[in-house]
Design a protein around this ligand. Sequence first.
Ligand SMILES: *Cc1c(COP(=O)(O)O)cnc(C)c1O
Length: 334
Amino acid sequence: MSVLSLADVYRARRRIEGRVYRTPLIESPSLSAIAGMPVFLKLETVQPTGSFKLRGASNALAQLAEQGCRKVVTASTGNHGRAVAHAARALGIEATVCMSALVPENKVEAVRALGAHVRIAGKSQDDAEHEALRLVREESFAYVPPFDDLNVIAGQATIGLEIVEALPDVAHIVVPLSGGGLFAGVAFAAKSTDSAIRMSGVTMARGAAMHASLAAGRPVLVDEVETLADSLGGGIGLENRYTYQLTRDFIDHTVLLDEASIARGIVHAYEQERLVVEGAAAVGIAALLDGRLRDSRVQRGPLVLIVTGSNIDINLHRRIVSAMPAQSHSYQTP
Ligand SMILES: *Cc1c(COP(=O)(O)O)cnc(C)c1O
C-alpha cells in the first residue's frame, strides 16, 4: 500500500489537467430501478481516444517528457496503445506500439491514425510485450507499461478521486478488471478516502489472468481466448510488481461473466442509456443485470459502475444489438 500515496494521485491530477476530461457521473434511472438503489455511471467513454487509458498514459508520458525522453514504446490490446499515441503526439514524443495479431483491425488502424508506428508481434499480449522490451534494451526506447506502473496507476486513480468528490456517500464501486491498473488506482483512491467503500472487480469467465492469479496466490499465465470484452484480455505478467498485490489487498468481490451476459450489458447500455460501449465497459452493467452485485453490506448504495470505453467495432456492435430483441420496458423519457 505504501508504494503509492494520495499525494501521487493529486500530482497526477495536476499533470493531466487539460489533457483528459473530468468525466460525467450520471444517474441511471433504469439501473437504479432494477437495483433498488441509486446507480451511477462514470462515463470514461467520452475521453479523447474513447477510454480512461488516457489518464495513466498522460501521467506517465508527461513525466518521461520532463526527463527529456523523446521516443516511447508500449505493448497494448488497443486502448492503451491509442492513449499512448495520443498523449505522445500532444507532448511531441515519437510513439511505437507493439500488438499481438489477435488485436482487432479497427484498433490497429486507430493507433496508426493517431500518428504512432505499429509493430505486430506474435499471438499474445506477452509476445507483444517481449518485442517492446527488446526495443527498450536494443534501441533505447522508454517503455510505457499498460498497467503495472505507478505513474499509470496514479493516473487511473484520478477516476477514484472524481467519484468520491462528486458522490461523497458512494458505497460500492464496480470496476472492469484486467491487468488491474484501473482497479488498483481507483480502489486506492477510494479506500484512502473511506475504507468502507466496497470494491468489486468484474471480468470475463474465460481467460481472466488477474482472477486466475488471485485464485492461485501468485501471478500465473492463462490462455488468451476471444471475448467480447477484448480490452480485458492479456496476462498480468509473471514478474508483476504492483497491480497484483494492490488488487489482492483491495478487492472485496469478483464477478466472472459469460459472453451472453456481456452482450446483454452492451445492449442495455445502448437501448436504455443510449451509449455505445465496448464489451469491457459493459461488464459492470451486465453484472448488475445478472443480479451479481447484490450485497447485504451495501443495501442503499449509491453504486457506481465505471463505463471504461467505447472502442467497439461498429459492425460488431450493430450485430449484437440487432441479434437481441428490444426490451419491452423503457425508462428513457422522450
Ligand atoms: C484497459 C481496459 C480495462 C482494464 O484496465 P486494467 O488496468 O488493465 O485492469 C477496462 N476497460 C477498458 C475499456 C480498457 O481499455
